[in-house]
Design a protein around this ligand. Structure first.
Ligand code: MTE
Ligand code: MO
Length: 457
């Protein structure tokens, strides 16, 4: 007997095996297989119509037992789990680690929309999500260039400064680590190509906040701006990071003390109530649950600033690495990835023997993606993709570019043969992605921006 596909909705259980082929959204419907439809329909609200409900009724095969209708709370034992405060997450996320929570969305959902919905925005937490006492939440600001330390309440940050909005992509330096791990094992969380997401962030400009605090921007001692979160490690050190002052204090760099993501309060996993948005800078410096800003003559002493998020030559391994010898990763190199088709999927050709490809591209430091090329023959022939991007200046583009391309299948290709699809992007400085991941190997598995390759049948 072939395997049947069922889903639940409210109290009903439905066998949708015979409907899957007719689903307008293709096989994405399979993501909900074996579970509830509600979380998916919240994400894709087009389903919430009478027609859809009526159609679904045709497939009802039974009802859920009442005890299965409500989400069960995991049992709590006597020792408090520091992760008890972690929020509920969307079931479509691919969980890479539970505690701390790290997850990425399926690639084929990632590029369905220009702004990533909060439910599927990738999550990178190094520590438990902190408990937030919203009534007493404050931001401390101290260091060189200030007469005295200042404390601002959340309300002051929301009311005292003009609200500024930036569309900024956040990408983890470990995005696409899995491909590097295949060359030779690296130490780090396993990531596919979706440790990246794009959102509209709003809040006060960092420079406006600092100006209000009376900062002397010309104080020569200020070399780095440090940021601390409210999440602490076992030795009570907060997650922290820093960015060079020349960058963070430049009003054109659009750094934000953000309180909104896609026009709503920032979700708990993404830094509620305040997060630093460091546009064009590696994810690690976009500090969540922001509680302290320090104007300093040195980089943050955080582990993640000094002993991590750095890259080395392929010859360096754990026995001879000297973390002090390399600068911290800041702006990220030009990147792109294919989101559809997926690896191993059967190639769907149209009547002109074209394969439809789509994906994302992005570059750090505000550099705009100016071109995406795709190839189906190892880079002998290239097709230039059509780009969807923001209308922003060349060196102040912080949002990703989505792209689509129709690539002719090589003539000699017959059904059942493998075909390798590749993509690569070029940014406004004419930086282009390197061809092979092998040459980029580094012990932490960061900065993999090699041509993205997908092998299909
Ligand atoms: N901020 C705090 N306070 N704690 C963290 O663990 N992780 C960083 C950064 N800011 C982190 C943090 C890393 S490594 C990345 S890639 C981004 O947050 C991920 O942001 P996201 O979870 O909103 O996608
Ligand atoms: Mo990260």
């Amino acid at each position: 007997m072939s395997k049947r596909i069922w889903v639940s909705f409210r109290s009903g259980v439905y066998d949708i095996t015979d409907f899957v082929g007719q689903h307008p959204g293709g096989d994405k419907i399979l993501m909900s297989s074996g579970g509830a439809l509600e979380p998916f329909w919240t994400l894709f609200a087009v389903h919430k119509t009478r027609e859809v409900f009526k159609m679904l009724e045709k497939y009802r095969i039974g009802n859920l037992d009442s005890k299965d209708r409500t989400v069960e709370k995991p049992g709590v034992d006597s020792t408090p789990d520091p992760y008890d405060n972690d929020p509920l997450r969307h079931p479509v996320l691919r969980v890479r680690s539970k505690k701390p929570f790290n997850a990425e969305p399926p690639e084929e959902l990632l590029t369905q929309q220009f702004l990533t919905p909060k439910e599927i925005f990738f999550v990178r937490n190094h520590l438990p999500v902190p408990e937030i006492d919203i009534e007493n939440y404050t931001l401390e600001i101290e260091g060189f260039g200030l007469k005295e330390p200042k404390t601002l309440t959340l309300d002051e940050i929301k009311k005292k400064f003009p609200k500024h909005t930036v569309i900024s992509t956040i990408q983890c330096a470990g995005n696409r680590r899995d491909e590097m791990n295949k060359v030779k094992e690296v130490k780090g969380l396993s990531w596919g190509s979706a440790a990246i997401s794009n959102a509209k962030w709003s809040g006060a400009r960092l420079v406006d906040v600092l100006q209000y605090c009376g900062l002397d921007f010309d104080d020569q001692n200020i070399k780095h701006v440090q940021f601390d979160g409210l999440d602490f490690d076992v030795s009570s050190n907060p997650y922290g990071a820093s960015v060079e002052a020349i960058k963070a204090l430049n009003p054109n760099a659009d750094f934000l003390v953000a309180y909104e993501m896609n026009d709503e309060d920032i979700p708990l996993d993404h830094g509620f109530p305040l997060r630093l948005i460091a546009p064009g800078v590696v994810g690690a410096r976009n500090v969540k649950w922001l509680s302290r800003i320090v104007l300093s003559d040195e980089e943050s002493h955080s582990h993640w600033q000094r002993k991590d998020y750095k890259s080395f030559s392929p010859n360096i391994d754990w026995h001879n690495v000297d973390f002090e010898s390399a600068p911290s990763i800041q702006e990220l190199p030009v990147q792109s990835a294919i989101c559809e088709p997926r690896e191993g999927q059967l190639v769907q050709m149209d009547e002109n023997r074209n394969i439809q490809m789509s994906g994302y591209a992005w570059s750090g430091g505000g550099r705009k993606v100016i071109r995406v090329d795709v190839s189906a023959d190892e880079g002998i022939n290239w097709v230039t993709a059509e780009l969807q991007q923001e209308d922003s200046p060349l060196n102040r583009t912080y949002s990703w570019t989505l792209w689509k391309a129709n690539i002719p299948v090589p003539k000699e290709w017959k059904s059942g043969h493998k075909v390798e699809l590749v993509c690569r992007a070029t940014d406004s400085h004419y930086n282009i992605q390197p061809e092979n991941v092998r040459n980029l190997w580094n012990l932490r598995g960061v900065l993999n921006n090699s041509w993205h390759r997908i092998l299909n049948n």
